[in-house]
Design a protein around this ligand. Sequence first.
Ligand SMILES: [Zn+2]
Length: 304
Amino acid sequence: MHFIFLFFRQFLSLLIFTPLLLALTGQSPYAQNHFRVESLPRVVKQGEVYSIRALGPTSLKSIYVEFQGVRFPMAFGGQKGAYEGLIGIDLNTRPATYPTKIVGTDEGGGVYLSPFSLKVEKVDFGVQKLSLPSSMVDLDTKTLEQVNQEARQLKALFQVFRDERLWRGVFIRPVEGKLSGAFGLSRIINGKHRSQHTGIDLQAEEGTPVLACNGGMIVLVDQLFFSGKSVILDHGWGLFSMYFHLSETQVKEGDRVHQGAMLGRVGSTGRSTEPHLHWGIRMNGARVNPLSLPGVTKTAEKIS
Ligand SMILES: [Zn+2]
């Protein structure tokens, strides 16, 4: 009984003196278990990529941002204790305010947590009307089966999470060229709503070299029904880039490539009416605008 009383007294003094001590030293009792968030969007747009930067202890062995149950990893930035990462908002994310958090774990199992809320704003992506040969639109059973099989193959590919980050810093455009198909457009083909444009189209002459937007591993080189001759790069950490409608490819699956490496040449293979590059980006499943990647020039010309 005496022991319990002593314990209670100690507990009581802790209760009284700890806040007093903390008030004197100017520290909040939980300060050491939070990150100091340096750059963080509060309001984001559908289909955009954002940078996140936080300061925390140098001892963290893992750190990520969690948004809608999806984890976007972060890593050491240039400065000691500074962590950086990217978060991608899928183009069809319902506009709302979402609870989001930065979570870190240190070697000893200590958890660091910074919750925040992220407001997703609606974007009017616009509509594009196209006329295509009906053989490319009204598919027979066999072709439909092929298209579905290809869609499953790509879906499985995007679910692979590579722990190693192969991309660094800024991204480059795979080809210079006029923006001929903007990101997110609703497509009305031969009078019917058919699909949404989940990448961008860059108009360029047939044969123009197509370059890797950043370092990565070639995970697909194939001829697909809609996208024609295609190359897909895995940049690690759930980030993929796609290059479609090529006239020829110059890499093979399993190749490691650096930023600027030549992947193939611009063409018009698959469902395409003129030579152009379709460039798409997936970030942990989110379909995002390639032009919102860090470093990619945003001065793309308006669609004529
Ligand atoms: Zn396209």
